[in-house]
Write a protein that binds this ligand. Sequence first.
Ligand code: ATP
Ligand code: MG
Length: 394
Amino acid sequence: MKAIFKKAVPVLEKLEQAGFEAYFVGGSVRDTLLGREVADIDIATSAFPEEVKQIFTRTFDTGIEHGTVSVLEAGEIYEITTFRTEGTYADFRRPDEVVFIRSLEKDLERRDFTMNAIAMGLDGRFIDPFGGQQDMANKQIRAVGKPWERFHEDALRMMRGVRFVSQLDFSLEKRTYEAMQQNIVLLKNIAVERIAVEFVKLMKGEAVKVALGLIQELDMLSYLPGFTDQRAAIQRLESWNLAVAGDDETTWFVVVLAVMPENVGAFLRAWKLPNKLIREVAKAYDLADKHSWSDYELFATGAHTVALVEKARLVQTSETQWVDLHERFEALPIQSRSEIQASGDDIMAWADKKGGPWLKDLLARLDQAIIEGEIRNTQSEIKGWVKHVINESA
Ligand code: ATP
Ligand code: MG
């Protein structure tokens, strides 16, 4: 058993000692069987949420309505979800009600793909009622049960299917694929936030080119905000090395570079992304074509944005000047304004003037004077420089 599971063994033991069943489930079991890195583990149990809360001393109601209780155990937080079935699906997304149950098999039955419907017990045994291991051996993604019904219950599963194609370099089993072809329109019912989560994971997958091909084949473009009729954008993405993007922010930036929307902010807002990410990407987009940077431009733009621009360049061209630029940035006399050895109050005192627009203006010129080596970043040199500038302008 991998260390990450071993560490969680006491959690399962406690549940079992209290008379309940408990298993590792979901992506962690799948990834372990595939020999892939396991990021976080999910635990499923026959104990109902209230029962889970009685067994552990530190618990948090993270998603209690869905049966998920977080517990703190040996310094880690684990999510424990009660076995459940899902009631009727009136609107092609999320069930109308979840019903807690005591049966593992029924819980596995509601899961999306066979490879995600395998449980692992404390004894290391796998419970795999739908042949997930066989499908994985065949590199196939197969819906649990009738794919048509499963995509009607929750259309996001189609997006997840394509995301797993990208991450695992598997193919979609024939009937699963056909059901997607016939039901792709149901994606219009899915909240954009949920699509975004899958989309960005898809973009970071090793077989992203195959997945991008599927997006076109399955006519998914109209359900991705800002992508309607954007086949050219997909082709650009296909021609780049998306795997080197790494983080979400760079990935979204690269997506923006492929789509070239008229209004970057509006494009990213349509995906309901965090404001901070929108701001960073919009800033980088304005500088995307910049190749040569003066010291002052490096300073004023900031390392984060310059890195973003250069990472995107790496994705697009397999070349980047980031190593050089980073070295130059680190060698600047100051990396941020907070390092300047004089405050606004100091400057007002030296200038013998009250605050006002002049101060902001002067601070900007002070940055530049320090960055360009005109003066050193010391109280005395800054004081001399301020007096000189004030006299000149008087
Ligand atoms: P990742 O490695 O990216 O976390 P994952 O398969 O663990 O992939 P999660 O979103 O963490 O994905 O979901 C955990 C498990 O819950 C899945 O493995 C699957 O069994 C089940 N699941 C998640 N989303 C759905 C869904 N929309 N429909 C059915 N089952 C789902
Ligand atoms: Mg997971």
